[in-house]
Design a protein. Structure first.
Length: 602
């Protein structure tokens, strides 16, 4: 898309960007020698979709809003793939009058429009689409799945004998093994995987993707390719290819569908060879706001209040893979302004935040969390983020930093928010210091989000209602009323708008009444194209936010148990993770089964 700078400036002002911000953006664009719109999107001042909507309105071209993965193949192939890629345009639908609906990246491209008219006739209607939507649609031309493509590539290496010594010619850029690695990564990215597992077995090599928190087996490769496969990944990640007995960690970047992804690589010796896990991090990801993450109600109010305090400590807790880094990424991105110095020490640095001083832990060089935090305190920071508190020394330094005028963010591995406070006591932190520095503790988990295209609602029977009441401890009439009040509040906060209604869904469409639950949601059997036939698409967080109130502070100093603190916090209005999950299930965001899967303690 080619938009002149004067028009970009006009569109950015329409979006609410002030003149001083615009001047700073212009200076940055000139220094980086990049277009103004690219810098604006990179700096999180506007999203590509928001900019496209403003541009579409300005040039009076409708915005193409469609599910790129669900475009019918026969419609898509009306325009040959080579032409679609060359002119950045696709035919995505045909209306009742036979008019072909075309999505273009740049409707002002006269040459492309003339060609489309020659190729498709005058019976066409031009729309504008985001780069990502268009690229996803173009990717649909390739109809083969990963198994078919790998089967075409693998036979050329299938006959080789497995050996720890890998011939360098077998892992070059254009070798079958390199193509295999590229395919595995490309399909992982397009499938929305967070991790790619390459696991050696006695007779085969298993490839698995973690999608929406659940591992799925994708393909089985011949055992003979293991050595070359692992060596190729090690070369990409700048690891030692002749080291097979010790674990290694590395990182590399790839570009898929015009977006840049960082892959964090970990190798581990196992009985049958070397296992490789690659964590996929989308470097083009814009930080989500709190509502997009899933915060609402008292949890949202407590979080917003805590992050604007001049000093104190904010802790995020949960097991590995529960979204703690994503929450902190969003908070720090929100606080990231030219007037504050934000410094972090992380292991590893997962999200890159422009303007934030991020330090990678390196124990071999002596850069531990403790040493890194000591160094940060001499760097005149306003806000400090410590990737994880693992020991008493790091905890003590974090508390001291919070006491001396810094806002400190960190994570802990605990089961819920209330167990975090006794955990700090176990690390040797004085109770009065914990009470005076902790602002809030966020406990969180991730659950799979129902696909909004195909989710179904149903009326639960008596057996299902009894199961829900027992599982969520809703045994009294008062508990049912509390659930109804919370769901009403969640609806006002925009949580889980009904599949069949807009954002102004009336209260009549709530899943509860003051006395019972009359509506539940479930995935459609077999799903749809949009969710790869799983019924789920993406994930959402469920949270509990424990505020350090005078009552909680008194309990900390008195060495009360985590259970007693939990009960006190609930009486003061804290919504537990399980209850937050129930409300989101009632709003159609997820299912009861998903909530119980990640929160059940029985």
């Amino acid at each position: 898309m080619h938009i002149g700078n004067s028009l970009i400036e006009k569109l950015l002002r329409q979006h609410g960007i002030k003149d001083d911000q615009l001047a700073a953006l212009q200076s940055q664009a000139a220094a980086d020698k990049k277009p103004l719109d690219v810098e604006a999107i990179k700096g999180n001042l506007i999203t590509e979709e928001e900019l496209i909507k403003l541009y579409a309105k300005e040039i009076d071209v409708p915005l193409a809003e469609f599910d790129a993965k669900s475009v019918k193949k026969e419609v898509l192939k009306t325009l040959p793939e080579r032409m679609a890629r060359q002119y950045r345009a696709v035919v995505y639908d045909v209306d009742k009058r036979g008019e072909k609906l075309i999505a273009m990246e740049d409707p002002d491209d006269v040459q492309a429009r003339n060609f489309l008219q020659q190729q498709l006739g005058n019976n066409i209607r031009i729309h504008i689409a985001t780069t990502q939507t268009l690229q996803t649609a173009i990717d649909q031309y390739s109809g083969e799945n990963i198994n078919a493509q790998l089967t075409r590539v693998i036979p050329t290496v299938d006959e080789e004998e497995e050996s720890e010594e890998v011939d360098e010619s077998s892992i070059t850029e254009d070798s079958p093994i390199a193509q295999t690695v590229n395919l595995i990564i490309e399909y992982g990215v397009k499938a929305g995987a967070s991790d790619i597992h390459i696991e050696p077995r006695e007779d085969v090599v298993i490839t698995r993707y973690r999608i929406d928190g659940v591992l799925r087996e994708i393909d089985k490769l011949p055992r003979t390719v293991l050595g070359a496969l692992v060596s190729r990944i090690k070369i990409l990640a700048n690891l030692k290819i002749d080291e097979h007995r010790a674990p290694q960690d590395g990182r590399f970047k790839v570009e898929v569908s015009s977006l840049m992804y960082a892959l964090r690589v970990s190798t581990l010796p196992v009985v049958d060879g070397e296992k490789v896990v690659m964590r996929i991090l989308n470097e083009s990801t814009k930080a989500a706001n709190f509502q997009e993450l899933g915060f609402w109600g008292t949890a949202l109010e407590a979080l917003k209040h805590a992050i604007v305090q001049p000093h104190g400590m904010i802790l995020v807790t949960g097991p590995t893979g529960s979204g703690k880094s994503t929450t902190l990424f969003s908070v720090l991105s929100m606080l990231n302004t030219p007037s504050v110095n934000i410094s972090t020490v992380e292991d590893p640095v997962e999200y890159r935040i422009p303007g934030v001083n991020q330090t990678q832990v390196n124990p071999v060089a002596g850069m531990t969390f403790t040493n890194g935090l000591r160094a940060l305190l001499r760097q005149d920071p306003n806000i400090i983020m410590v990737g994880e508190i693992r020991d008493g020394e790091t905890a003590a330094l974090g508390v001291q930093a919070a006491l001396t005028g810094h806002l400190v963010f960190s994570t802990l591995h605990t089961n819920n928010a209330s167990t975090t406070l006794p955990r700090l006591l176990d690390m040797g932190i004085e109770p009065f210091l914990i009470a005076s520095t902790i602002r809030i503790v966020i406990g969180q988990r991730l659950v799979r989000r129902l696909c909004t295209n195909c989710r179904e609602h149903f009326t639960p029977d008596d057996t299902a209602l009894t199961h829900i009441r027992q599982s969520f401890h809703l045994t009294t009439a008062e508990a049912s009323k509390v659930i109804h009040d919370l769901e009403t509040q969640a609806l006002k906060n925009g949580i889980g708008v009904s599949a069949n209604h807009g954002a102004d869904t009336p209260a009549a469409d709530l899943s509860t009444t003051p006395s019972t639950i009359h509506l539940l949601w479930r995935p459609h059997d077999g799903g749809c194209n949009s969710c790869n036939h799983t019924g789920y698409k993406g994930r959402i967080g469920i949270y509990e936010v424990l505020r350090s109130t005078p009552a909680i502070q008194k309990m900390i100093v008195g060495n009360e148990t985590s259970e007693e603190m939990q009960q006190t916090a609930i009486k003061e209005g804290m919504v537990t993770m399980q209850l937050d999950g129930l409300i989101k299930a009632l709003r159609g965001e997820t299912t009861i089964e998903e909530i119980l899967r990640v929160t059940s303690e029985e």
